[in-house]
Design a binder for this molecule. Structure first.
Ligand code: ASP
Length: 652
């Protein structure tokens, strides 16, 4: 951790060549985001002369003033001082004449804030610490000042000390002192800066803030509602600046960009936040290729240089191909184990459930090959995989071992004819220790089940020591040609937008819109990274009539809610399109953080609470009055009602 942070800042120094000798070859590819960057002046305007972590033997003899937190103290002789940049050893003076300095430095509790002034000296021979970037030097202190003392902490500020996430979130301001959080937030800031530079300075985008008090947008995610002082009138927090960015195109802004805060009241999901940040983009007179090239260039430009460089153009798959080969619209393409259609091998099978599946429309037999599965997977693993498929997808999954002598009593294995076995070996390129997981059923359902099993198998194989997904690999993928509409989950007879209602149909499917709308493909594209969707966008409908038809006739939405947008499209709206990148998720993947909460300074808990301030919180009835709102308490919430005005407890 420490190393990462120091690399980040060593990186700043690299281009000027000021301290090139400090950069060992393994460190030379730094997090610095461009070789042209100037070194930031970290100590301007403040009491210190240097940062703790920057001092090296080249500073020996210099008088310095440092400000930081006491990380630890050893035998009242040494004190390690920490700032955002790193750690440095301070020698506590032992002479009688320095009694007051010694008192301050020996008595201040750990995590107290001190300012010390003194000389950088080299450590006595044999006492250097090669594990510490500042390990060749120490500070001979002359003066010290206790700037603020620290009370007993709820947890130690050391990255290796384990603490629950609830505790970290409750004391987020302390958690932020960790090197890991410092690294994540600083890397985020640097990437965003480079994105701004690329978009605004290199490509003429205009950074425009759009309102967060807005009204409901039909046909999208659930929105947060904000009361107003007008009886019965509410604002909504925007789920994205979608309407505004389109209206900016009508307004002739031509190229818009915003680091936009978005809000979705979607309940708790582990990788989501009720408020999150998008790099939001819109352009006039652009097509899909233009947007894709822009984003590839943007990521390449802003990519940290200590990671493997981004290779462009990114490959692409159609939605149908992604589903058929990976069982999902966000495939993790870092490894194979693709889904193969083996229906043709089993056309005249004796096996009942295969026969049954193949006799139905869209019925198919599908399989994945788990390479070296017999070596790495135990029988109980296969049993748990089968149970998972049965519980989550209602799908029967059978293990087949075409080349291995054992078959773990796979009932289907005995009924597979020799020609089917050899066909399977050929089609799926089976080698000796491979296991085939086979399922049958409706195409989409069978693929979805195998897609999930593919990921489960990857987890299992990796837990058993077979590395499938290189942690240093960033595998970008465009997924294109989505359907414009999907059947509504709660009412499959009705349609909902696969992306959002402003997405333009694929030009070659335009006529189908009036006859078989469920078959229309769209001009929607998603960007996927290592199996996570990190962005999505579309070319928009810029024709008011078409937009009205989609909203009113196909989606059965209330067009009055969007009359301003429909009107705007009628006043010479240019053709336009855009995209939004999920910044939190992107940074999470780049830093390898376990959760998006680790790349957000003050995130909400998975239940949407701020555990530090305890939001959302109750309000007394008199404060609700101006908004003409009364809480109707659910029957079982007596306790909650009586806790009004009393602090409630954070989640544990
Ligand atoms: N507004 C869309 C979203 O938030 C992105 C876009 O279509 O540009 O997903």
């Amino acid at each position: 951790m420490f190393c990462w942070l120091s690399r980040l800042y060593l990186g700043f120094s690299t281009p000027t060549g000021r301290i090139p000798h400090l950069i060992r070859s393994s460190l030379s590819r730094t997090l610095v985001l461009t070789s042209q960057r100037r070194i930031p002046e970290f100590s301007s305007f403040v009491a210190r002369t240097n940062m703790c972590g920057e001092l090296r033997s080249s500073h020996i003899g210099q008088e310095v003033t440092l400000c930081g937190w006491i990380q630890y103290r050893r035998q009242n002789i040494f004190l390690v001082l920490r700032d955002f940049h790193g750690l440095v050893q301070v020698v506590i003076p032992q002479e009688e004449s320095a009694a007051s300095v010694r008192k301050i430095l020996c008595e201040a509790p750990v995590e107290s804030v001190v300012q010390v002034s003194g000389t950088v000296i080299s450590r006595p021979p044999g006492q250097e610490n090669p594990k510490m970037p500042t390990g060749e030097i120490e500070i001979k202190v002359k003066t010290a000042e206790l700037l603020n003392s620290c009370k007993k902490l709820p947890f130690e500020i050391k990255d290796f000390v384990k603490k629950t996430e609830a505790l970290r979130l409750q004391y987020r301001y302390l958690d932020l002192r960790s090197f890991q959080m410092q690294y994540n937030l600083r890397l985020r800031s640097q990437m965003v800066m480079k994105m701004r530079e690329y978009l605004c300075n290199l490509h003429g985008f205009v950074d425009i803030e759009t309102p967060t008090l807005f009204k409901r947008t039909p046909g999208g995610a659930k929105e947060f509602v904000i009361p107003s002082r007008e009886p019965g009138k509410f604002y909504c927090l925007p789920q994205s600046p979608q309407q505004f960015k389109q209206l900016l195109m009508v307004g002739g802004l031509d190229r818009y960009f915003q680091v936009a805060r978005c809000y979705r009241d979607e309940g708790s999901r582990p990788d989501r936040q009720p408020e999150f940040t998008q790099i939001d983009i819109e352009m006039s007179f652009v097509d899909q290729t233009g947007i894709r090239s822009l984003i590839e260039g943007l990521l390449q430009y802003s990519w940290p240089t200590d990671k493997d460089p981004v290779v462009v153009p990114f490959p692409s798959l159609t939605f149908a191909e992604a589903l058929a080969s990976y069982g999902t619209d966000k495939p993790d393409t870092r490894f194979g184990m693709k889904i193969i259609d083996i229906s043709d091998l089993f056309r005249n099978t004796e096996v009942g459930f295969l026969q049954d599946a193949l006799s139905k429309p869209q019925g198919a037999v599908k399989a994945i090959r788990v390479s070296e599965g017999t070596k790495y997977l135990k029988r109980k693993d296969i049993d748990s995989i089968r149970k998972f498929a049965a519980d989550h997808f209602n799908q029967e999954v059978l293990p087949v071992f075409p080349e291995a002598s054992r078959n773990w009593n796979s009932p289907v294995a005995q009924s597979i004819l020799e020609e089917q076995r050899s066909g399977l070996i050929r089609l799926m390129e089976i080698r000796e220790d491979d296991v085939v997981l086979l399922t049958a059923g409706e195409h989409k359902k069978a693929c979805s089940a195998l897609g999930k099993l593919r990921l489960e198998c990857a987890d299992l194989l990796e837990a058993r020591g077979l590395m499938l997904r290189d942690p240093a690999l960033f595998s970008f993928l465009w997924v294109v040609d989505f359907p414009l509409f999907l059947p509504k989950e709660e009412n499959p007879g009705e349609l909902e937008s696969a992306h959002h209602p402003f997405t333009a149909p694929h030009p070659s499917d335009l006529q189908l819109l009036y006859t078989e709308p469920e078959k229309v493909r769209s001009q929607h594209y998603d960007l996927v990274l290592n199996g996570s969707e990190i962005g999505g966008g579309s070319i928009r409908i810029h024709d008011a009539e078409l937009q009205r038809y989609v909203l009113a006739t196909l989606l059965k939405e209330d067009v009055n809610l969007l009359s301003h947008l429909l009107q705007a499209l009628d006043f010479g709206a240019p053709p336009h399109g855009g995209i939004a990148l999920g910044l939190d998720r992107l940074i999470c993947l780049v830093t390898g953080a376990p959760s998006i909460r680790d790349v957000i300074a003050f995130p909400k808990s998975f239940r949407g609470h701020d555990l530090m301030s305890n939001a959302p919180d109750s309000l007394p009835p008199e404060e609700l009055k101006p908004y003409h709102i009364q809480v109707s308490w659910p029957a079982d919430s007596e306790a909650e009602k009586s806790s009004l005005n009393q602090p409630s407890h954070p989640e544990s």
